[in-house]
Every structure is written in structure tokens, then in C-alpha cells.
Design a protein around this ligand. Structure first.
Ligand code: MG
Ligand code: ZN
Length: 416
């Protein structure tokens, strides 16, 4: 499925002079590579297929660098400002008039790196039924002056008066639009700022809101540039694989008739643990690939029909991904201990299967996360780092919940 993202990168970047006198801002080196390289790499990794760059000052250098986009597996096309600067919304309208825009598209800024899943944002935009969507970050005044807030399914946006209105959040920098918005609100050939368009959409209750959870990086100022450089010099967005045990990590164990702990055996017994959906969302937005590895022997023991266990699994997947996290694959051992299979944890078969299914991950930042010593054993046998929920284990990390593990990982990697 194609997914288009418009990137606005036409500014003069006066705040970064003299760095930007001869080099456009998006080509400044950050962590040893041009900033645009990091941005295109991320968009391609997370499902964008088609990029339209709206360019102005020194735009020919940007086009010379990115070319047709094949290097990233993208199609990249260009819309250069003419003699009269059209403002950010005017530039989008011009790209529209040149026939470059899809009927629905994402839009972001050339100077921002946003750890969020653009395809997930686009899917939520489609579900909203509204003509536009704004991602919003609860900055509490930290990263810039507040100009937005979430109100039910809507975003409220007021660039100038937002702080005075008591807004505590900020426009995160990724939006989605129907093309008709620009036909309707931006006259061709007339300079107009995107902030005015978003303000009008907000006033008309036409702007859907979507919360972003991880801090953004922007290179609009020297301080922002230094922070982005530090982030990308440490490796940027993670490329690790996280293998998660299911029961006791995502969903609660149940008590069986003898008072022992068991996996849920029926959909009605599925109870998702606090914070698990948010944790999946945070880890996915940051860049990790998430998979499940779980032992489910009840059908082989003749206790529960296999179809019932599969319904339980589908229910856990549905509920835990509701906040926008993604589980890329599930690896399940259906055997009993006495079957002597290679996949039942503590053996590493399921984990090795997951590693083979998702090649190219960063093994130094790949983890097995479980609530049992057998999970830790399997993780070690597969060469992964290990995290254990609950007490007493020889794991690399121990804590109370998947959310606390997510916050630990992402804090050390500069996302909070
Ligand atoms: Mg477990
Ligand atoms: Zn097995």
C-alpha cells in the first residue's frame, strides 16, 4: 500500500547562520550524516513509500542529494518555490497544482525527526473520518511554547493564543490531510502559512487529534542541532528486536481450579496488564521490532481446544495493539514438556525462529522479556539480553512491568 509524505523544507534557516549560508538546513550533518538521510531512512522503515519535498532556498542541493529516492527504497519528487515565496501552506497548494499530491497524505517538516509510526498515524487519520489530523505532544511548556491540546477525538490548535488559552501541548510536527483541504482553504498563488490553515480547521472542528509520546528532535536552532547530533551519534532510533513472553507480560495469569497459575484458556479470561498497550506503542514508535514467544501447551494436554487458545491469542493481540503498538509476529510452542520439542521455552527455538524472521536487527540491543526464569534461560540461549518482570533472576534488567522496562530502555536512549 502506498503512503505519501510531504516534507516542507524551504526555509532560510536564519537562526542557524552561518551554518546554513551555503548548505540547506536539511543537509546539515547530524551524527555524521545529512539530517535528511536520517529522516528518509526512518520514513521508509516505517512504511512511507512516496515523498514530495517542497523546497526553496538552496533546494537544488537537496534534489542533488536525494535524487529519485531509490537509495532509501522511496520515490522522491520535488516542488520548488518560484520567485515569490508562498509560505508553508502555499507551497503545498503549489505541489497540488503540479499534480504531485495523493488524495490523502502525511505532512512533516524537513528539520524535524519524529519518533512515531507514520503509517499508524495515517491509519488513525483514516479512521477519524475528518479532513485533517494533527499529532500533539504533551510538552508542558518544555520544548517550545504550548499551542495545542487534545479534546476528545479533536486537536485544538492556536499558534499565537494557545498558551494563553491554557493549552499544555504542542504541535508535534506530523500531520495528515485530505488534498481537498488545500483546494478549499488555500487560494492558488497566494502566500499562506500552514498554521493559519490548522487554526481554521481547529475552529471548524475538522482537525483530528493524535497523541505522540516520545520527544521530537528538531534542528531549527543551535541547541536543537546539538541535541539531535547527540541522539544520532549514539545510534539514533533503535534497531533491536524485542521478544516478549505473553502471559504475565502483556496479559494477567489466571488461577486454575487447583489454585495454581495458568494462562487464560478462554477469551473471557483475558485481562490486559496496566500499561502494556502504551509500552508497546512507545517501543514501536522508538524503532524496536516487537514479537511474541509463548508456550501454550493446554491443547496438547487435552485441557482446552486449540481453537479456543487461538481465540485467546487473537484477543491479546487486539487489545495490546489498541494504543498503536505493533506486534510483528507471534511464535507459539503448542507442545507439552514431554514432547521434547526444540521450541518449548527454556529452549531457544521460538526465539531463534523470531531472529530468523526479522533479520538485520541490532543484536546488541535485542532482548527477551519475560516473567519466568525459563524466559531468561531461553533468552540467554538465543544470545539476547534478558529482562525479567518480578523478583529474583539473573537477568540484565529486572522490574515490575513492561511499561517500566520500556521507560528504562527509552530513557537510556534519549527519548524522554
Ligand atoms: Mg509468562
Ligand atoms: Zn514446542
Amino acid at each position: 500500500m502506498s503512503l505519501q509524505c510531504v516534507i516542507i523544507a524551504g526555509g532560510l534557516a536564519t537562526r542557524l547562520r552561518p551554518l546554513t549560508e551555503k548548505i540547506p538546513k536539511v543537509l546539515l550533518e547530524v551524527g555524521g550524516r545529512p539530517f535528511l538521510d536520517h529522516q528518509l531512512t526512518w520514513l521508509a522503515r516505517r512504511g512511507v513509500t512516496d515523498v514530495v519535498l517542497c523546497l526553496g532556498y538552496l533546494g537544488e542541493q537537496v534534489e542533488a542529494f536525494a535524487g529519485d529516492g531509490k537509495r532509501w527504497g522511496l520515490t522522491v519528487r520535488y516542488s520548488h518555490d518560484g520567485a515569490t515565496p508562498l509560505g508553508t501552506a502555499g507551497a503545498v497548494r503549489q505541489a497540488l497544482d503540479r499534480g504531485l499530491l495523493a488524495e490523502r497524505f502525511l505532512l512533516t517538516w524537513g528539520d524535524s525527526f519524529l519518533p512515531i509510526d507514520p503509517r499508524g498515524v495515517f491509519e488513525r487519520f483514516e479512521r477519524s473520518g475528518l479532513p485533517a489530523l494533527m499529532t500533539v505532544f504533551r510538552n508542558e511548556g518544555r520544548l517550545d511554547a504550548s499551542n495545542a491540546t487534545l479534546e476528545g477525538p479533536l486537536a485544538r490548535y492556536d499558534k499565537k493564543q494557545g498558551a494563553a488559552k491554557g493549552y499544555r501541548a504542542i504541535d508535534y510536527g506530523l500531520m495528515a490531510f485530505r488534498r481537498e483541504v488545500f483546494e478549499r482553504l488555500v487560494p492558488a498563488g497566494t502566500p499562506k502559512d500552514l498554521a493559519a490553515v490548522c487554526g481554521a480547521l481547529s475552529d471548524a472542528d475538522e482537525l483530528a487529534g493524535d497523541e505522540a509520546y516520545l520527544r521530537f528532535f528538531e534542528i531549527g536552532s543551535h541547541q536543537g542541532l546539538a541535541e539531535a547530533d547527540a541522539f544520532f551519534s549514539r545510534g539514533g532510533p533503535p534497531r533491536g528486536l524485542l521478544v516478549l513472553d505473553r502471559d504475565g507480560v502483556l496479559d494477567a495469569m489466571i488461577l486454575d481450579e487447583k489454585g495454581g497459575e495458568d494462562s487464560p484458556q478462554h477469551v473471557d479470561q483475558v485481562r490486559i496488564l496496566d500499561g502494556a498497550p502504551l509500552a508497546l506503542r512507545l517501543l514501536h514508535d522508538a524503532g524496536y521490532t516487537l514479537v511474541l514467544a509463548t508456550n501454550q501447551p493446554a491443547a496438547a494436554k487435552g485441557k482446552t481446544p486449540r481453537a479456543q487458545l487461538e481465540a485467546v491469542h487473537a484477543r491479546v493481540l487486539e487489545l495490546t495493539q489498541a494504543a498503536g503498538g505493533r506486534i510483528s509476529s507471534s511464535h507459539i510452542c503448542w507442545h507439552r514438556h514431554e514432547d521434547g520439542c526444540a521450541c518449548r521455552k527454556p529452549r531457544p527455538g521460538l526465539l531463534l525462529e523470531a531472529l530468523a524472521a526479522w533479520p538485520g536487527h541490532d543484536l546488541s540491543d535485542s532482548w527477551m522479556v519475560g516473567d519466568r526464569p525459563t524466559d531468561v534461560q531461553a533468552g540467554k540461549a538465543a544470545g539476547l539480553k534478558t529482562a525479567k518482570l518480578g523478583a529474583e533472576a539473573q537477568a540484565d534488567w529486572t522490574g515490575t512491568s513492561l511499561e517500566s522496562f520500556a521507560r528504562f530502555l527509552l530513557t537510556t536512549r534519549g527519548f524522554f
